[in-house]
Design a protein around this ligand. Structure first.
Ligand code: ADP
Length: 169
């Protein structure tokens, strides 16, 4: 039998990357779910190399939507926004990867799809700000709070992906 030595590139050093690993909360809003864009959106995060850690389809109550968007409660569109978020199923997810909070926002594009670059999710798939199909945490603190709001700790699944050594080297 051939003895195959373990090449250095095959050994993914999880510890070397642990400090850089981040988690972010991503949600496909009711418009994205209704328009059949779930697979399209998930595939962009998946192909990039981020790791899915939690996922569920939920219809939030209006009170829950108000909690999620509490930072915006003084804005004129707050009530309509919360009605909208609670109007149908939302696909709630946690994605993990190096720089996923900031780069996830890049994949999503600007808040107003009219200002989102082509190639971004909102740029390619949405037209108006009130129906911009996806939410992504805007920083480490919000990511932590939003993950805790939408998921129980036991719903986050930790696992080693065999692709990681090819994604991170
Ligand atoms: P983002 O979702 O890009 O982080 P914000 O936190 O500023 O943007 O706003 C949250 C959500 O509120 C937006 O995604 C959008 O759905 C909605 N929204 C923002 N601005 C407006 C507006 N001027 N009119 C209607 N809805 C808006």
């Amino acid at each position: 039998a051939l003895a195959v030595p373990a090449a250095a590139y095959m050994l993914y050093d999880q510890e070397a990357h642990a400090a850089e690993m981040e988690r972010t909360f991503i949600a496909i809003k009711p418009d994205g779910v209704q328009r059949g864009l779930i697979a399209e959106i998930i595939s962009r995060f998946e192909r990039k190399g981020y790791k899915l850690m939690a996922i569920k389809l939920v219809v939030p109550t209006k009170e829950f939507a108000q909690k999620h968007y509490h930072d915006l409660k003084e804005r004129p569109f707050f009530d309509g926004l919360c009605d909208f978020l609670s109007s149908g199923p939302v696909l709630a997810m946690v994605w993990e990867g190096e720089g996923v909070i900031k780069y996830g926002r890049k994949l999503i594009g600007a808040t107003d799809p009219q200002k989102s670059e082509p190639g971004t999710i909102r740029g390619d798939l949405a037209v108006v700000v009130g129906r911009n199909i996806i939410h992504g945490s805007d920083g480490p603190e919000t990511a932590k709070d939003e993950i805790a709001l939408w998921f129980e700790p036991s719903e986050l699944v930790s696992y080693t992906s065999n692709a990681e050594k090819w994604i991170y080297g």
